[in-house]
Ligand binder design. Structure first.
Ligand code: SF4
Ligand code: MG
Length: 331
């Protein structure tokens, strides 16, 4: 198969005065050409650190990476900052939740767009301006010429995110990493931005790695999904299977607590407790303090990620040992 990105046993550890924090501990997955892969989990699950690791944006020396990250077959883990900048400018782009933090407040949109264009295209200033305007139109920005003269704070959140997407797409990247791209936006604008990303993916055949805590967004956008918990993958499958036949108790809890996927009459569920901090990480299954199906073995040993169906993996002792079958809620 044609993979643009292969992550193998990625570990990202932060050194702190309180000791090492394993934010990502042994994550493996692949991204196919033209595919949208979702990484879902609560905050603290390691999904953002995973994407920052791929982008080479983990601050060193506090952050240490091991394992393998291959882009189109080429190893890119621990490249020099210069080599990584090449890749970020041309091959893998990223958009974040709050575009305000990535746009420079003291330069006009036009300035920043032109600079982004000139980074990877040999054009005159005039041509680059034309190209920038075209790209703003492509992401659905009306009055693009006027927007070029405005500053980031003069735009709405949705417009800023469109500008960010235009910049990210200006190098025609093979991979777009979108970390909670719509979380800060209201529902209508969110739908528009998701539409835009879907269209861009179609037009440019870009692979998308979509980081989100929102399973509703996953349902709308993704082909496959990875569910992360406490720095590890706990479930992986195609999107249909995940919603129709989730395996891991954590995934089941996430689905039950997503409003748009649950009927309105039902009271909204919330998984009890929080992602454990790295200081009080359970010894066995990391989900054990919050799991209603936990049994003895779960406290002692960590389950491995194993196949539970075709292209469907899950890490839960209920699949591995003989165990009482999980009763589905009569909902
Ligand atoms: Fe729950 Fe045990 Fe499965 Fe962990 S391994 S999710 S504690 S049943
Ligand atoms: Mg995050």
């Amino acid at each position: 198969e044609d993979y643009v990105l292969e992550v193998d046993q990625l570990k990202t550890i932060f050194r702190t005065e309180d000791g090492d924090i394993p934010a990502v501990s042994g994550v493996s997955f692949s991204l196919k050409a033209g595919e949208t892969l979702g990484i879902v989990g609560e905050s603290g699950s390691g999904k953002s650190v995973t994407s920052l690791s791929i982008m080479g944006l983990i601050p060193k020396p506090q952050g240490r990476l091991s394992g393998s990250i291959r882009y189109k077959g080429k190893e890119i883990i621990n490249l020099s900052e210069g080599e990584m900048r090449e890749i970020r400018g041309n091959e893998i782009s990223m958009i974040f939740q709050e575009p305000m933090t990535s746009l420079n407040p003291v330069f006009t949109i036009g300035n920043q767009m032109v600079e982004a264009v000139l980074l990877h295209m040999e054009l005159s200033k005039k041509e680059a301006e034309q190209r920038a305007i075209e790209m703003l139109r492509q992401v659905g920005i009306p009055r693009a010429e006027e927007i070029m003269k405005e500053y980031p704070h003069q735009l709405s959140g949705g417009m800023r995110q469109r500008v960010m997407i235009a910049m990210a797409m200006s190098c025609n990247p093979s991979i777009l990493i979108a970390d909670e791209p719509t979380t800060a936006l209201d529902v209508t604008i969110q739908a528009q931005i998701l539409d835009l990303m879907r269209n861009l993916k179609k037009d440019f055949n870009t692979s998308i790695l979509l980081i989100t805590h929102d399973l509703g967004v996953v349902a709308e956008m993704c082909d496959r999904v990875i569910v992360m918990y406490a720095g590890k993958i706990v479930e992986e499958s195609d999107v249909r299977t995940l919603f129709k036949n989730p395996n891991h108790p954590y995934t089941k809890g996430l689905i039950k607590s997503t409003p748009r996927l649950t009927s309105e009459k039902q009271r909204l569920y919330s998984i009890p407790g929080n992602v454990p901090s790295f200081k009080e990480m359970p010894k066995g299954c990391k989900f054990v303090p919050r799991c209603e199906y936990a049994k003895d073995i779960c406290y002692k040993n960590e389950p491995e990620l194993v196949y539970v169906g075709e292209d469907h993996k899950s890490s839960c002792w209920l699949n591995i040992e003989q165990a009482p079958s999980i009763e589905e809620d009569a909902s």
